[in-house]
Design a protein around this ligand. Structure first.
Ligand SMILES: *[C@@H]1O[C@H](CO)[C@@H](O)[C@H](O)[C@H]1NC(C)=O
Ligand SMILES: *[C@@H]1O[C@H](CO)[C@@H](O)[C@H](O)[C@H]1NC(C)=O
Ligand SMILES: *[C@@H]1O[C@H](CO)[C@@H](O)[C@H](O)[C@H]1NC(C)=O
Ligand SMILES: *[C@@H]1O[C@H](CO)[C@@H](O)[C@H](O)[C@H]1NC(C)=O
Ligand SMILES: *[C@@H]1O[C@H](CO)[C@@H](O)[C@H](O)[C@H]1NC(C)=O
Length: 437
């Protein structure tokens, strides 16, 4: 989430400012040497087309032979969300001449400042959305409030300088967006339950939702898969990010209180940052943070940078950033800290309560972590597993050479085919048999 935000943003910056000294400091995590001791230079040339940056998701799906649909759903508090769907391969449609037969459903929930595109922008033969379709699933892709596909609201405007629209964080995405989208998906497919995959903030919001309304998730989800699952963040290793967190009050003061910029990392936000108007007032540590990021050339699929940066970042409400910042400074997974007097109003106590991670006792959970993940640090993922309890964590997978971004944009995505898909099959809910006329 946070890291991916900045990494994705920096990807755009790299494109826009190839000579920027800020970004020349980026370095690989490690050098790789071959058997004769010579340093291997990663091939900078993409081995496949990297031209999806300006295409719509519908176009990307169509060109690769996948069907594509768009649906709208309104949350209980008025946010109008887009849900994307890839029900199958186009040739299936031709063969059956009707509609797609009943399939088990998988729902993909993206990370912060992302949107559904996060699951479609790795190379087509290994991007998560397409892999799940090829494995036989009816794939639905959520878009949280505040990302560019889900900016509408029944009565609030997202683009005026009033904070009401942006007064949300990932807890609302877990307790309101997910239930609205899951309800819609189950109703539309006739499935009784679906498998939910949450990447980064997609996992954070699910754990928040599962803690607050456990019965809803138990009733509708057969398996939750958390990729780079961020909850407790005390071991977050992104040094410069911690610097930005230390400046959180300044950042909030400048951007939220003075400039009234509530959409952090909107598609246009970064370009205005690069153009200097905001960089000038940005705290030093933030600059350092931007430069300390890198996308490991041996691990991440850099051949897709142009495609990724054409779609992301997609926007995120400022309160998500503040909430994640609060988590980095805390030793548990806590609800939003409004300050003592407002906490009293919201929670009936002066400090924010912890999310009751143990609240749901039935829903099976699989956790996927990377030893190089600086956001969802292996120690914090272990802590999460312990909070959830061994009876619920049916799989805790840890990988060498995987960082936070690798789960979506890795060169090597075999974890998804070899480990995630078999789990989805094991827990899938049999689709209802439809009567063929
Ligand atoms: C080691 O890498 C160098 C530079 O890429 C290459 O010229 C050489 O052939 C490689 N040697 C082996 C044994 O792979
Ligand atoms: C499906 O059928 C139509 C017409 O029969 C054809 O034009 C189209 O290319 C086919 N699509 C695929 C993916 O086979
Ligand atoms: C989801 O559907 C259930 C029953 O089908 C209903 O009770 C619940 O209120 C719905 N939730 C949302 C968020 O629409
Ligand atoms: C459920 O689906 C049916 C038909 O598929 C539709 O008529 C109905 O409006 C849907 N209900 C909701 C709450 O979306
Ligand atoms: C890809 O990752 C898997 C673990 O998911 C590992 O076993 C395999 O060796 C990796 N392949 C390559 C080519 O690095």
């Amino acid at each position: 989430m946070l890291k991916s935000v900045f990494i994705l943003s920096a990807l755009i910056s790299i494109q826009a400012l190839p000579q920027s000294p800020l970004f020349l400091q980026a370095h690989a995590h490690e050098e790789v040497h071959n058997i004769t001791g010579e340093k291997l230079i990663p091939n900078p040339e993409p081995s496949f087309h990297d031209n999806d940056g300006l295409k719509s998701l519908a176009q990307i799906c169509k060109e690769n032979g996948f069907a594509f649909e768009e649906h709208k759903v309104t949350t209980e508090d008025g946010y109008i969300l887009t849900i994307h769907r890839i029900p199958g391969l186009l040739h299936e449609l031709n063969e059956t001449k009707t509609t797609f037969g009943p399939k088990p459903v998988v729902f993909l929930m993206h990370g912060m400042t992302g949107d559904a595109s996060m699951f479609l922008l790795n190379a087509p033969f290994k991007t998560i959305g397409f892999l799940a379709v090829k494995a036989g699933f009816d794939v639905w892709l959520g878009n949280n409030r505040g990302c560019k596909y889900s900016l509408e609201h029944t009565h609030l405007k997202h683009n005026d300088k009033t904070p009401a629209y942006w007064d949300f964080d990932f807890e609302d995405m877990g307790t309101k967006d997910l239930p609205a989208m899951i309800n819609y998906t189950l109703n539309a497919t006739g499935a009784e339950k679906l498998s939910l995959i949450g990447y980064s903030m997609g996992a954070t919001q699910t754990f928040a939702g599962m803690s607050m309304i456990p019965h809803y998730f138990e009733k509708t989800v057969n398996l939750f898969v958390g990729l780079g699952p961020a909850t407790r963040l005390i071991n977050c290793r992104a040094e410069a990010l911690k610097g930005a967190v230390a400046d959180m009050e300044v950042i909030k003061f400048v951007f939220v209180d003075i400039l009234k910029e509530y959409d952090f990392f909107a598609p246009t936000w970064l370009s205005s940052l690069i153009n200097g108007e905001k960089m000038a007032i940005f705290p030093k540590s933030f600059e350092k943070f931007m430069s300390s990021f890198d996308m490991d050339p041996y691990v991440e699929e850099r051949g897709r940078i142009k495609s990724i940066s054409g779609h992301l970042p997609s926007g995120a409400g400022y309160r998500n950033f503040i909430h994640y910042g609060q988590l980095i400074n805390s030793d548990t997974f806590k609800r939003f800290d409004y300050g003592a007097s407002d906490n009293l109003h919201h929670y009936g106590q002066l400090t924010p309560p912890d999310y009751p991670l143990h609240a749901s006792s039935k829903l099976p959970i699989a956790l996927f972590g990377g030893y190089d993940d600086e956001m969802a640090d292996p120690r914090d993922v272990q802590w999460l597993a312990e909070q959830l309890g061994t009876h619920r964590v049916i799989g805790h997978y840890m990988y060498e050479k995987k960082g936070h971004l690798t789960f979506a944009f890795g060169k090597n995505m075999s974890y998804f085919e070899e480990d995630v898909i078999p789990l989805l099959h094991k827990y899938e809910t049999e689709p209802r048999v439809m009567v063929v006329q």
